[in-house]
Design a protein around this ligand. Structure first.
Ligand code: SAM
Length: 294
């Protein structure tokens, strides 16, 4: 006898590139053929019925899911800000940031790998954004005291990770640089330790930019070693610089693993229930939080 499990059908999520069109006009086109709702959390994200095939639709150029779109929305940079996307290729979150900023202000998109930087540049060109500067190089080598970065107010750090939250099928398709072996990894291998060490370094570096008010750290990993452990390891530094953890999307139920006091601020999505396993931490500088209330 085989036991049948019922898998609840998942809706299709589509993010509108507001640099090229408006959400209203996309709803008008799509609602001729489908039931279309607006997502209640991510701006300009539409929710279509399960099974809606959008891949060949002329309006669709990007097949990312809802969870990955929650990252830039959690950072929520204001139009006019100067923002760094620290580990940017292939650039999906970079162009989402540009849309959230209405194309106003500037984004520095940094990418270490030359080949992946070409994909990033292609994504940027295709998006219609004209306020993104790509920098090919190591984010860790950007001098935080360089006057050209003195006014950076937000950083999105989505560093290399094991990709363990994404199905192997999608990983192969989307991110050829990830190793499929990582899928069987319980989070304790030498590779995960190496990734985690880099992630800590990159997060500490990002926290050290003098004018940063908002900083998002994200991964598409399910491993505690790349998520909660990385965040908890930088908390003393973050606190000495005036940062505290804030709660992105407070209405989202799945939060960080309860391994330290404050992990309830973190956000996780589940590879099964939410299609992708993402992790988001949002740091906000206290003075900036107080200013926002004034
Ligand atoms: N945020 C991207 C998106 O949504 O399209 C995905 C980023 S991917 C998870 C991580 C990227 O960081 C890879 O392209 C990798 O080459 C790049 N990277 C790794 N180490 C880096 C470093 N030290 N400086 C800049 N980029 C780096």
């Amino acid at each position: 006898l085989s036991e049948k499990t019922t898998v609840k059908p998942k809706p299709r999520f589509v993010r509108v590139n507001t640099l090229k069109t408006t959400t209203g006009s996309v709803i008008e086109v799509l609602s001729k053929m489908h039931k279309v709702d607006k997502d209640d959390m991510v701006p300009d994200m539409l929710v279509l019925p399960p099974g809606t095939d959008m891949h060949k639709h002329p309006l669709v150029t990007d097949g990312k899911g809802k969870a990955s779109c929650m990252v830039a929305a959690a950072l929520s940079p204001k139009p006019g800000w100067k923002v760094i996307d620290a580990c940017a290729a292939p650039g999906n979150k970079t162009v989402h940031l540009a849309a959230l900023m209405n194309g106003e202000g500037s984004i520095i998109a940094c990418e270490l790998n030359k080949e992946r930087a070409k994909t990033l540049q292609h994504t940027v060109r295709r998006s219609g954004a004209n306020n993104i500067e790509t920098v090919i190089g190591d984010f860790l080598n950007i001098d935080t005291n360089d006057p050209s970065y003195a006014e950076v107010r937000a950083i999105l750090l989505d560093p290399s990770c094991s990709g363990s939250g994404i199905s192997t099928e999608r990983l192969d398709h989307l991110l050829p640089s990830y190793s499929i072996d990582d899928q069987d990894d319980a989070g304790s291998s030498a590779r995960i330790r190496k990734l985690s060490a880099f992630q800590r370094k990159a997060l500490s570096h990002a926290l050290s930019f003098p004018s940063v008010e908002r900083l998002v750290y994200s991964t598409c990993s399910i491993h505690q070693a790349e998520n909660e452990d990385v965040v908890s390891s930088v908390l003393p530094l973050a606190s000495s610089l005036g940062f505290e953890l804030a709660t992105p999307f407070p209405q989202w139920m799945r939060r960080g693993l309860p391994v330290f006091d404050g992990a309830q601020h973190l956000l996780r999505t589940d590879p099964e229930d939410d299609l992708e396993g993402f992790f988001i931490a949002l740091f906000v500088r206290k003075a900036a939080a107080a200013d926002a209330l004034e």
